[in-house]
Design a protein around this ligand. Structure first.
Ligand code: SF4
Length: 490
């Protein structure tokens, strides 16, 4: 395998590696040699910088790659974390190019899936978005009360705004760290005029020592959270997610990253790291990234039901790629039970001219209103809501009406565009090509994940932060591809 790695990296464009050395200067070690060492180490299941350094002293294959130069672990660490920053995609793209040239892949089929990998962060190091908002709101109320008590905010203002956020505080600012600082300055002014005012002195101390630092802390947390619901204090880029591997069997959320990866002939041909736990919202950014790297998308894209959303189907249609992406009810819809279920909308009759549905008990469901739904990526879907005229005496009521209210009538939520797109997806999935692609999926990307996670023991990231985690997974993927190339050569 060492020769495969050596030859592969020699044949690649390694220019980006040299561009990482500012001012055209060079490091003490040849970056191409360093890359070979790192890639070979990852292909050989050696991930720790100390163990890699040891291997350059003791392992003949590493010695051959380095030309008998012994590397120390700091040099390896620096190269991996700093020199590869921002160029891991370039290096990975070069590897995919090599696989194409050597005909291991055609970049034609793309089997996509996602997995969650635990971050190198404390399991109990969470910051929850909801708690931050709640604490911040409580603090805001306390600050208003406090400032009103010492007449920094006028009584009328407090009453006017009550418990709602104060859009104006003296100079027209909401309650935040900036306005608290301004309030402290106002107290200072008052103290200058009246230096012996004990109440003012105490208030100033509370504001500066307690309220202000707390408000700054919550603001900082909100800045880190952005759209996320949580993050870890020990790796602020990691989000708390439910992992597949739940050894304690308690459904505990752990800090981690969502890795999206695509394969062809079990070679990794694309990957990206996400901070969102759901696969659905990762597909579009993942494929956009893939297109940016390779200048085009593969001809056929295959993915499981976790990706079957309106936004994703629309994207695949717009990009004009053949797609074989299931939706959540794809298999269930084929069962006899489903087809005979008179409470399912799919088995009801739609009267187009009246825009009404006729349910399994012969009652009409009329259009109520239309609502917009936004995905995590901001994609808007239109959902039409219909309600049954009267479900009160229907013998199917218990099965059909899910609402808790005893007098509620059945409501259905119809996304017409999604239904159309599902129809297109179904035809593709049931075609000859679709069956072929679907049968390949489990032996494609799932076996690549199995190799990296199972055989090569990648259960937790070693590095911290999105950028470094990306480098790490890039190296695991390149290592996996090198092993497969070596195996194919025999
Ligand atoms: S519960 Fe209402 S919607 Fe459902 S089958 Fe009966 S009448 Fe129709």
């Amino acid at each position: 395998m060492v020769r495969v790695v050596d030859r592969a990296i020699e044949s690649m464009n390694t220019e980006p590696l040299f561009e990482r050395y500012p001012g055209g200067g060079t490091s003490a070690y040849n970056p191409v040699m360093m890359l070979k060492v790192i890639v070979y180490a990852y292909a050989d299941k050696i991930y720790s910088s100390r163990k890699i350094a040891k291997a350059t002293r003791e392992n003949i294959n590493f010695m051959w790659l380095t030309g008998n130069i012994q590397l120390d672990f700091m040099t390896i660490n620096r190269f991996r974390s700093e020199r590869l920053k921002g160029i891991i995609d370039d290096i990975f793209t070069e590897v995919v190019g090599l696989l194409l040239r050597e005909k291991y892949i055609k970049f034609e089929n793309y089997f996509l899936d996602g997995t969650k990998i635990e971050a190198n962060a404390g399991k109990y190091s969470w910051v929850w978005g909801k708690s931050t908002s709640r604490y911040k709101e409580n603090l805001r109320k306390k600050v208003i009360e406090h400032l009103t008590a010492i007449n920094i905010i006028e009584q009328e203002e407090t009453e006017e705004y009550g418990n709602a956020d104060l859009p104006e505080m003296g100079n027209g600012k909401p309650i935040n760290s900036e306005s608290i600082r301004e309030a402290a300055a106002k107290i200072d002014e008052k103290l200058t005029a009246n230096p012996k005012d004990k109440a003012l002195k105490k208030a100033k101390k509370t504001i500066e020592k307690d309220y202000l630092p707390r408000m700054e802390k919550y603001e900082q947390q909100e800045k880190i959270l952005e759209e996320r619901k949580s993050y870890s204090k020990t790796d602020i880029d990691a989000t708390f997610m439910r992992m597949k591997e739940d050894h304690m069997k308690n459904g505990q959320l752990k800090p981690g990253y969502n890795v999206q990866m695509g394969t062809e002939n079990q070679f990794v041909t694309g990957f990206s790291i996400h901070q969102r736990p759901g696969d659905t919202s990762c597909m579009k950014p993942h494929l956009e990234h893939l297109k940016e790297l390779h200048g085009k998308l593969p001809k056929n894209i295959v993915a499981d039901a976790g990706y079957g959303s309106e936004e994703n189907y629309e994207f695949l249609e717009t990009e004009k790629v053949e797609h074989f992406v299931k939706y959540n009810t794809f298999h269930k819809e084929k069962s006899k039970k489903w087809k005979k279920d008179v409470t399912r909308v799919q088995n009801w009759y739609y009267v187009e001219e009246r825009d009404e549905y006729i349910c399994g008990y012969g009652r009409y469901l009329s259009f109520l209103y239309e609502k917009k739904q936004k995905s995590d990526n901001g994609y808007e879907s239109l959902v039409r809501v219909y309600e049954c005229e009267d479900c009160s005496d229907c013998p199917l009521r218990d099965q059909c009406v899910k609402g808790k209210k005893p007098d509620a009538d059945r409501r259905i939520y119809v996304n017409r565009r999604l239904n159309e797109l599902k129809g297109i997806a179904k035809a593709k999935l049931d075609s000859k090509k679709g069956l072929e692609m679907r049968s390949k999926r489990p032996i494609e990307v799932e076996s690549a994940f199995g190799d990296i996670k199972g055989n090569f023991g990648v259960r937790r990231f070693l590095l911290r932060g999105l950028e470094k985690v990306k480098i790490e997974w890039g190296l695991y993927s390149i290592g996996h591809n090198m092993r497969k190339m070596a195996a194919a050569r025999g």
